[in-house]
Design a protein around this ligand. Sequence first.
Ligand code: AMP
Length: 299
Amino acid sequence: MGILVIGSVALDSVQTPFGKKDDVLGGSATFFSLAASFFSKVDIVATVGEDFPKRYVTMFKNKGIGTAGLTVSKGETFRWKGRYDYDLNTAHTISTHLNVFKDFDPQVPKNLRAPDFLFLANIDPDLQYRVLQQVKRPRLVACDSMNYWIDTKRKSLERLLDKIDILLLNDAEARQLSGESNLIRAAQLVISFGPKAVIIKRGEHGVLYFSKNTHFVAPAYLLETICDPTGAGDTFAGGMMGYLSRSKAVNDENIRKSIIYGSIMASFTVEDFSVNRLLEISKKDIQGRFKHFRSITKY
Ligand code: AMP
């Protein structure tokens, strides 16, 4: 039933209209694993530098997240610096320092090589591919990426797309990858690269799901307070895959429900900086929002 994730574990510096934080815990694998841990057992494959605060590793462990594949490498932790203006849907990257990820050779610990679900969270697509090659084909492989990798490693990304089940992207990235501005056509083109389905994240406008036979539209959970959207996409993926990994079958009905759980988890992350909200909430809070979501979308 376990989920394996490879992605970044990072120190982020983020500025939004509502405040500024430096060197706070971030990274695609971080948000993903914390969100998924509410539903399922998760193990991380990633690396951090010698400067990475030990208390964060302890926090992962306390949340039941497996850290056997989280190594400490010589050098500095991956750092991302970004800014959001009043349009919180668009992240402006100020700098990306790969640091220890530059020479990272991911090794999946032997006892984790048969995961039920695999999430290739946003990181160099060559690293995502190397992890995929080390594991027995999981029941579901999903993958995230971003403009940075579409720009700099397109070929590597295309090689990967042929081997996965679900690709998650935001709307700008779906347009960039497909070269098509209409999102329905963009999704069809992305599916023609290999994945069985694509999920297009549209921030406060919700999520679109497309597979060969069906599509599904989900609004975002309505919030009065949005502080920092960093990690919303990864948190969405964690909630979605976490819920799905607990379901008996990966079918259309369960995928739809998992998308709602993903949206609910993301709604918590954006209410504060870094992972602060994910560390405060309980399963009861998640269920409360799930029920409320149902009531406001029913007609
Ligand atoms: P999201 O807002 O869900 O798209 O993800 C934000 C997280 O992605 C931040 O915590 C960053 O540390 C991380 N991130 C930003 N750029 C990259 C990159 N090029 N590769 C891997 N992770 C990244």
